[in-house]
Structure formats: structure tokens, C-alpha cells
Design a protein around this ligand. Structure first.
Ligand code: SAH
Ligand code: SF4
Length: 364
């Protein structure tokens, strides 16, 4: 029998706000140690693997922070060939990956929708239904989400970016609506996806109070997984001008503290140590695991495309999600954890949610 849910620690908004503000290094260490302990109790030592394929850097939107926004003329736009995506999925499956994340800019044309539907179906079939498929393709129509789910998609990652409507307005053109993003998250849950969300951490004008609200928001909407990361300015974007002089170390620290707070608040969800952490520090991802994350997402995109998928500046390009697995194994083992292959890596939160609702999804 499964043990009862891990006891959730009461963390008030005020306590979270304080932790996310300036605190002395000893308190930071205590915070990380507590998050690690919670992680051990719920996730054990297992670190799940999820490979990312960056399908395309074409995007209809114009988020002020993002390097591949529509208005950046310096981006060499690409769309991976379908066979290239399938080849990446096959290679990762052979290597023991059981979860793959397809990400791209937001494209809503019928061709783009059909393509994702075909790719999802093919990956599922070619892996005998043994690969979890995660999509992160932005805001789409409910019918599109429904078709992709029917084709075999299991999870969907859509960051809310910030839970503050005010801050959201300052980061996006007027036709990018916070409300619409919330509706998408709701639809995804209704359609039976495992839902992931997250935010940008360290945005200009974002306060520790905003971040505390973000963490509580994720708990409130009952996410199954969290994919969040530090904001890293991209020089060819409007937001970079307001980014101020925040050091990479400070950006990293804020990201790590947010992971720790979320782990304590939501002991059983999956939390990814995202690429942006590794961009700020070569050991950033391992530090993320030590602060409470339990998922790593190696990049499987062919290098020529990867170079053009620059959401922010300085993304590491050399990592190879297939050839680099051995060294990833070692680095994770050095931190006392264990990289697991051949497992889907669904969060305990999701497994419990499904069981409790007897196969029927509860409303959030
Ligand atoms: N187009 C989809 C998925 C690709 S973008 C979407 O927007 O949902 C994936 C994530 O990249 C975004 O959610 C955003 O949080 C992150 N991102 C964009 N620009 C960034 C930057 N400058 N620094 C850090 N993360 C960034
Ligand atoms: Fe497009 Fe996503 Fe970048 Fe916004 S964050 S511009 S939707 S790729």
C-alpha cells in the first residue's frame, strides 16, 4: 500500500516572502537542507529524465523577454523535419528515455497543429506506447489540445510566467492575455493531461511578494509538475533594457530558493532543474537537484537547430542528451541521487490524484 501523503508544511505567504527576500547564507543552507529532506521522503533518491526536442523556433508571439519573439529579425528560423524528430525520439528511447518533451514557439496554423498530432501519434506507436509525451507549445484552442491528447500526449507544460496580472501586462504586448493563459491551464486539466506550469524568476519589477504569490498559485491550481527558471536577459529583446545589473550568481540563488520553497510547499510534485540554471552556472542543474528538484531535461535537439533556439543568452550548446548521459549519471550520483532510466517519471502527486479520483479527473 502506498504511504499516506507526505505532511505538508505550513508555510505562510509572509514566511515565503521573507525566504525569497535577502536572507543570510546560513538560512539559505537551512532552507535547501529542509527541501532536500522533503524530497528524500517523497521522491527518494530517484531523478527522472526527460529529453527536450526543440521542434521549431518560429513563433507568432512577441513576449518582451524572449529571444525568439516574432519581432526579432536576427533569428534564423527553422522547423525540424518530421523524420529528424522521430530519429531523436528513437535514439533517446533506445538509450532508456521514457519521456520526451516537444517544445517550440507558438504556432497555431492548421499545418502546425497537424504536424504535432502526427508526430505525437508516431512517437507513441514507434515506442509501443512506452514513451510519455510532454508538449510545451504554448496557448492553443481547446480542440487542438483535445486532438493532441487523443493522439497520445500525456503532459502539457505551460508556464503562467507570473501569477501577477499587473506584471504579466508589463512583459507582453496588449493582446497577450493573462486570463487566456489561465483558461488554457484549466482546459488542459479538464482534458486529462498531467499539467505543468511555472514562472520566470527575477523579472524586472518582480518582488519577493510576487514570487511568494507565484508559489502559492502553483499549489492552488494543483499542478503535477513545475518547470520554472531564472529570467536571463536576451540582448535583442525590449525587456533586456530594464533588466538592471543583477549578477548571474544572484539570479541563480533566486531560482534555487524558489525550487526549495516549492518543494516544501508541494512535496509530491515533479520539479525540473531547468536549462536556465545550467546557463548561469556549470553546476547549476546539480545545485537545483540539491535544492529539491527531481527531474533533469537533457537536450536532444540536433546542434545546428539548437544554436538557433535562443530564448536567452548563453544557453549551453555542447550538451548531448545521448552521449552525455554517462557523465550526467556520475554528476548526479556525486550528489547522492540516482538517475533512473526506463521509467516514465510521473509525479507522485499525479499518481495519487488519479487514484483518489478513481480514474476520473477531479476539477482543479
Ligand atoms: N512558446 C511556448 C514554449 C516555448 S518558450 C511558451 O511560451 O509557452 C518556453 C519558456 O521559455 C517560456 O515559458 C519562458 O518562461 C521561457 N523563456 C523565454 N524567454 C526567457 C528568458 N529570457 N529567460 C529565461 N526563460 C525564458
Ligand atoms: Fe514565443 Fe514562447 Fe518566446 Fe513567448 S516565450 S515569444 S510564446 S517562444
Amino acid at each position: 500500500m502506498k504511504p499516506d501523503p507526505a505532511p505538508e508544511r505550513p508555510l505562510s505567504r509572509e514566511a515565503i516572502r521573507e525566504l525569497l527576500g535577502p536572507i543570510p547564507p546560513e538560512r539559505v543552507e537551512l532552507l535547501f537542507a529542509e527541501a532536500r529532506q522533503v524530497k528524500r521522503q517523497t521522491c527518494g533518491r530517484k531523478i527522472f529524465l526527460r529529453g527536450i526536442v526543440e521542434l521549431s523556433n518560429c513563433c507568432e508571439k512577441d513576449c518582451f523577454y524572449c529571444g525568439i519573439r516574432r519581432s526579432n529579425p536576427d533569428v534564423a528560423r527553422y522547423r525540424m523535419e518530421e523524420e529528424e524528430v522521430i530519429a531523436a525520439a528513437r535514439a533517446s528511447f533506445r538509450r532508456g528515455y521514457r519521456s520526451i518533451l516537444l517544445q517550440s514557439g507558438e504556432e497555431k496554423t492548421p499545418q502546425a497543429v497537424d504536424r504535432v498530432e502526427r508526430l505525437t501519434g508516431r512517437i507513441k506507436t514507434e515506442t509501443d506506447g512506452r514513451m510519455r509525451i510532454v508538449l510545451s507549445l504554448g496557448e492553443q484552442e481547446p480542440e487542438t489540445y483535445r486532438r493532441w491528447r487523443a493522439a497520445g500526449a500525456d503532459l502539457y507544460l505551460l508556464r503562467i510566467e507570473t501569477s501577477s496580472p499587473r506584471l504579466y501586462r508589463s512583459l507582453h504586448p496588449r493582446n497577450h492575455l493573462h486570463q487566456r493563459r489561465l483558461e488554457c491551464l484549466h482546459t488542459l486539466r479538464e482534458l486529462g493531461y498531467q499539467v505543468g506550469s511555472g514562472m520566470l524568476i527575477g523579472l524586472p519589477g518582480q518582488t519577493p511578494g510576487d514570487l511568494a504569490d507565484d508559489a502559492l498559485f502553483l499549489k492552488e491550481i494543483d499542478v503535477d509538475m513545475i518547470g520554472m527558471g531564472p529570467y536571463i536577459p536576451h540582448p535583442r529583446t525590449p525587456l533586456a533594457r530594464q533588466a538592471g545589473k543583477v549578477s548571474p550568481a544572484e539570479r541563480l540563488l533566486r531560482g534555487l530558493k524558489m525550487i526549495a520553497v516549492c518543494r516544501i510547499l508541494m512535496p509530491e510534485v515533479n520539479i525540473a532543474a531547468t536549462t536556465a540554471l545550467g546557463t548561469l552556472d556549470p553546476a547549476g542543474r546539480e545545485l537545483g537537484l540539491a535544492a529539491g528538484a527531481n527531474v533533469v531535461m537533457p537536450n536532444l535537439t540536433p546542434p545546428d537547430y539548437r544554436r538557433e533556439y535562443n530564448l536567452y543568452q548563453g544557453k549551453p550548446l555542447e550538451e548531448d542528451g545521448i552521449l552525455g548521459l554517462e557523465s550526467l549519471h556520475r554528476r548526479i550520483a556525486a550528489g547522492g541521487d540516482e538517475l533512473v532510466l526506463d521509467e516514465w517519471g510521473d509525479s507522485l502527486h499525479f499518481r495519487r490524484r488519479i487514484r483518489y479520483s478513481n480514474g476520473k479527473l477531479k476539477r482543479p
